[in-house]
Design a protein around this ligand. Sequence first.
Ligand code: NI
Ligand code: MN
Length: 225
Amino acid sequence: MLVKYLGHSAFLIQTSEHNILIDPFIKDNPNCPINLKELPHIHYILVSHGHNDHIGDTILISKKYNSTVICNFEISLYLSKYNIKCMPMHIGGYVKPDFGKTKMVPALHGSSIYEGTHLIYAGSPCGFLLEIENTILYHAGDTGLSVEMTLLEYENIDYAMLPIGGVFTMDIDDCIKAIEFIKPKNVIPMHFNTFEPINADPDLLKSKVKSCNISILNPGEDIKI
Ligand code: NI
Ligand code: MN
């Protein structure tokens, strides 16, 4: 499969049969290297929580491609008023979409959807464990460091996408502790350098971590897994 970084926490995963987007923050993402028109046909969209920099362009994209959105129950209720096809789930559970297996795991953060003048409750924020083509990926969503991550050690994660930007999520120092908990084989840093408050230097993470490989992807770069 090909994993392409679209900046912030947005990734495009392409298998031989499916195109999957995670947290598709594209139109308003200053670092996203492509516009909505340049996306391939999208079969699935995974949404970690309701904040706009994660739910992003989910409605536009899923309407265009009739994509299935995998998200928590509350976000699926919100999307259902737009007639969007969802696979609702919640923390601790897993579903088996036809690209593999998706388990929802905890994230320590908030989750709401800001619409017009009011804030809509969007359930618990989450991370995703994905099993695709015998590879285990973990997308942490937005999260602080948490002891829940110690449980992920037993998932034998091949690639962990972890936030490093601080302020709204873990920073580099806490990410280093998260890596000690999770013990992934590879880490892809995310959620940094999109806006000034979350500026961070991924090379600093790379220089401090010896226990696994740090794959720094610039927006638009991809990695073959
Ligand atoms: Ni957030
Ligand atoms: Mn965020």
